[in-house]
Design a protein around this ligand. Structure first.
Ligand code: KG4
Ligand code: ZN
Length: 329
C-alpha cells in the first residue's frame, strides 16, 4: 500500500511516498531555514507563503524520486495539528485535492504522533507499550503508547519547548538559527560542568518540563557578560546549557519508562538529533529497555513520518472526509 505523506506544519515543505508504513520510497523536503534565519525564528506568514510556492514542486519531486506516478497512490496522509494554522492549511488543501481527484482515502495525522512513528521507518512496530519523548522547536512531550495509534501525553512543557530554548539561547549567543545544531557544534569542545545552570524538577512524580528558567538564566548570564566585559568561554557556555536541557529531558523520560514498565523507549523531534542527548539516554536507561532514535534526517520535520503514522491509522479504518480541518493545537 503506497501512502503519500504531506507535512507543512512549520518551516519544512515535505512530501513523501512510503510503502506499508515502513519503507521510504521518497522523502522530498524543501527547507525554509534561509528565509527565517535572518529573523532568528520562524515567521508564520512567510512560512505560509513559502509552502504555497513549494508544495507542487515538492510533490513532483516525491513522485518522481519514488519512481511511480501519482495514480499509483493508495491513500493520502497529512499533518492537521499542531502547527502554524496558515502553514497547515496549505498541506491540508493539497492533500484533500489529491484525495478527491484520485478517489483515495484521506487521513489526518497529529504531528507529535508522526514524530514517534518516524522510528518505525527503521525498526518494526512490534513492541508495546512504548514511552516516547518528542522534543522539538514547538513541543516537548513525554508520551505513553499502550498500543499502536493510542497516544497519552503524560508530560509536557509548561513554558518553552526544548528546541525553542536552544534557539533563543543560540540567538543571545550570536549563533544562527536553528540554534540546536549551532549550540551542539561548539559544545563539543566545551566543558558541560563549567557553568551550573538551573534544572527545574517540578513536583514529585510529574513528567512535565519547564525550560524558561534555564533559558532566562542563560540569557541573563550572557547579557551580564556583555555589560561587564567579562570573558565567557562560549564553548563551555554552550556545553553547560546543552547538558542542562539534556539532563531534564532524560530524567523525566527514563522515570516514565520505569514507572510505566515499558520495554521500549522511542525518541523523536528535531532535538532528538542531538548527540549529547543520545549518549545521555544510552547511559541512563536501565538494561532491558530498548532505545531507538531515528536517523537525524528523520528527527526533524519530514513527510515520511506522516505517511507512516497515516498508514497505521488507515489500516485500522481511520478515514477522514473532506470536512477535515487543521488545528494549531
Ligand atoms: O522537529 P523540528 O524539525 O520542528 C518542529 O516541529 O519544531 O525541530 C526543530 C527544532 C529546532 O528548535 C532546532 O533548534 C532543534 O529542533 N534541533 C536541535 C538539533 N537539531 C535540531 N536541537 C538540539 N540539537 C540538535 N542537533
Ligand atoms: Zn516537528
Amino acid at each position: 500500500m503506497l501512502i503519500l505523506g504531506i507535512e507543512t506544519s512549520c518551516d519544512e515543505t515535505s512530501v513523501s511516498v512510503v510503502e506499508d508504513g515502513v519503507r521510504i520510497l521518497s522523502n522530498a523536503i524543501s527547507s525554509q531555514v534561509d528565509v527565517h534565519s535572518r529573523y532568528g525564528g520562524v515567521v508564520p506568514e512567510l512560512a505560509s507563503r513559502q509552502h504555497v510556492q513549494s508544495i507542487l514542486y515538492v510533490l513532483d519531486e516525491a513522485i518522481s524520486d519514488a519512481g511511480i506516478s501519482l495514480a499509483d497512490i493508495d491513500g493520502v496522509a497529512v499533518t492537521t495539528n499542531p502547527g502554524l494554522i496558515g502553514a497547515l492549511l496549505i498541506g491540508l488543501t493539497a492533500a484533500k485535492t489529491i484525495s478527491f481527484a484520485l478517489r483515495v482515502p484521506l487521513v489526518g495525522v497529529n504531528h507529535i504522533e508522526a514524530h514517534v512513528y518516524a522510528n518505525f521507518l527503521e525498526i518494526p512496530p512490534d513492541t508495546w507499550p512504548v514511552v516516547a519523548l518528542v522534543a522539538s522547536g514547538g513541543h516537548s512531550d513525554v508520551i505513553y503508547l499502550p498500543s499502536p495509534c493510542e497516544l497519552r501525553v503524560i508530560g509536557r512543557t509548561r513554558d518553552d519547548a526544548a528546541g525553542e530554548a536552544f534557539d533563543k539561547t543560540a540567538r543571545a549567543m550570536g549563533l544562527g538559527y536553528p540554534g540546536g545544531p549551532a549550540i551542539e557544534r561548539i559544545a563539543r569542545e566545551g566543558n558541560p560542568r563549567a557553568i551550573d545552570f538551573p534544572r527545574a524538577h517540578l513536583e514529585e512524580g510529574s513528567y512535565d518540563f519547564s525550560f524558561s528558567g534555564l533559558k532566562t538564566a542563560a540569557l541573563v548570564r550572557m547579557e551580564r557578560a556583555k555589560k561587564t566585559g567579562e570573558e565567557i568561554d562560549i564553548r563551555d557556555f554552550a556545553a553547560s546549557f546543552q547538558q542542562a536541557v539534556v539532563d531534564i529531558l532524560v530524567e523525566k523520560t527514563v522515570k516514565a519508562a520505569i514507572d510505566f514498565e515499558v520495554r521500549r523507549v522511542l525518541v523523536g523531534g528535531g532535538v532528538a538529533a542531538n548527540q549529547a542527548l543520545r549518549e545521555a539516554f544510552r547511559n541512563s536507561l536501565p538494561s532491558g529497555i530498548e532505545l531507538h532514535f531515528p536517523h537525524p534526517e528523520l528527527c526533524t520535520d519530514n513527510a515520511a513520518m506522516v505517511a507512516s503514522a497515516g498508514y497505521f491509522r488507515l489500516v485500522r479504518g481511520d478515514i477522514d472526509g473532506l470536512e477535515l480541518n487543521a488545528d494549531s493545537r
